[in-house]
Ligand binder design. Structure first.
Ligand SMILES: [Mg+2]
Length: 222
């Protein structure tokens, strides 16, 4: 059904890692999108915050898993709100999940090609890299905007394979989003792990259908 987390790294030659909720604490993104954006939207448009929340959550739900959902330019335009500025305003909340930086550092001792594979918009990736240096740990970075499709969609994986020629049986992919993992499985990736604790201040989630680890530090072999 899935790889043994204790030996997952040694039986692969390509490691693909998601960013938000896998390496970086998703608490930051949740704060920006679920707290800050509705509050500022309400303020800017003169509507009660409860109403703003309802409107925004409905909009977000209808776009979930699509490329626009991950696009700061799109949201800035339709909300008439500088979403990039909001991200910067609270950039002190950006951080690695527990043990994630140590895990990335430990990869230098493995003969692995290490890829960041993210739905993150380039601007968010840049802001997060300014704060944490996250992108610097990778041999290559692939964003869904650059490849033209979200990870939830099969063409994303085809585009990634065209770029990287990875062997799906010798690749390990780790993500906190089960819809993304299901898409990777459909494409033929055999070694998939789910992150059960994408938000450090929340308890572990129950993950159905995939082998789950609390965080990437569970993959450290030393
Ligand atoms: Mg994620």
């Amino acid at each position: 059904m899935g790889p043994d987390p204790r030996t997952a790294l040694t039986s692969c030659d390509t490691l693909m890692l998601d960013m938000d909720g896998t390496l970086l604490d998703l608490g930051y993104d949740n704060y920006v999108w679920l707290e800050m954006v509705p509050a500022r939207y309400a303020e800017r448009h003169g509507v009660p915050e409860a109403q703003a929340r309802k409107t925004l959550h409905a909009k977000m739900r209808s776009l979930q898993g699509q490329l626009d959902w991950y696009c700061l330019d799109y949201w800035s335009e339709i909300l008439d709100l500088d979403v990039v500025a909001l991200h910067r305003e609270v950039n002190h909340r950006i951080g690695f999940l527990p043990g994630a930086r140590e895990f990335l550092e430990s990869l230098a001792g493995h003969e692995l090609r290490v890829l960041l594979v993210t739905n993150s918009h380039q601007t968010t990736l840049d802001i997060k890299t300014e704060v944490t240096g996250v992108a610097e740990f990778f041999d290559e970075v692939y964003t869904s905007h650059e490849l033209g499709h979200a990870k939830e969609d099969q063409p994303f994986w085809q585009a990634l394979q065209d770029a990287e020629a990875f062997d799906p049986r010798r690749s390990l992919f780790v993500d906190d989003n089960v819809a993304v993992l299901a898409s990777a499985r459909k494409f033929g990736l055999a070694n998939l792990l789910a992150i059960a604790r994408p938000v450090s201040h929340e308890p572990m989630r129950k993950v159905e259908g995939f082998v789950a680890i609390e965080g990437v530090c569970d993959l450290m072999t030393t």
